[in-house]
Design a protein around this ligand. Structure first.
Ligand code: SF4
Ligand code: SF4
Length: 105
């Protein structure tokens, strides 16, 4: 994807899109979800075997006792506007962001 990106005053701006979250490093804190205005990622439950159980619907959701841990998954990458807010609040540095001009067309 290429193109000229600018801020409201016309200054050059390069979006850095969220492309992935390392599920082995993510601690499921939810900070990135809270600062994102675009519903790009969602918290998912994971069982003992590492299988994804589904989207967590609330703090009490234990997936019928199958829940081992929670992990954030990028499930709507196309919604990202590349603001970078999620990366700034992540305590584990487990996100990958890619500059708009580096994304394949
Ligand atoms: S870069 Fe911005 S829009 Fe994209 S996922 Fe992160 S917080 Fe959301
Ligand atoms: S802020 Fe980082 S550690 Fe927390 S849920 Fe998001 S990706 Fe995972």
């Amino acid at each position: 994807m290429t193109g000229a990106f600018v801020t409201r005053d016309g200054s050059p701006w390069t979006p850095h899109y969220l492309t992935a979250i390392d599920g082995a490093t993510c601690v499921g804190c939810g900070r990135c979800f809270k600062v994102c205005s675009r519903e790009v990622m969602h918290l998912h439950g994971v069982d003992d075997a590492g299988e994804i159980l589904g989207i967590c619907t609330g703090e009490d959701d234990d997936f019928d006792g199958e829940l081992n841990r929670m992990v954030m998954i990028v499930d709507h990458a196309g919604r990202c506007i590349g603001c970078g807010a999620c990366g700034r609040v992540c305590p584990k540095n487990c996100q990958t962001h890619l500059a708009a001009d580096k994304l394949a067309a």
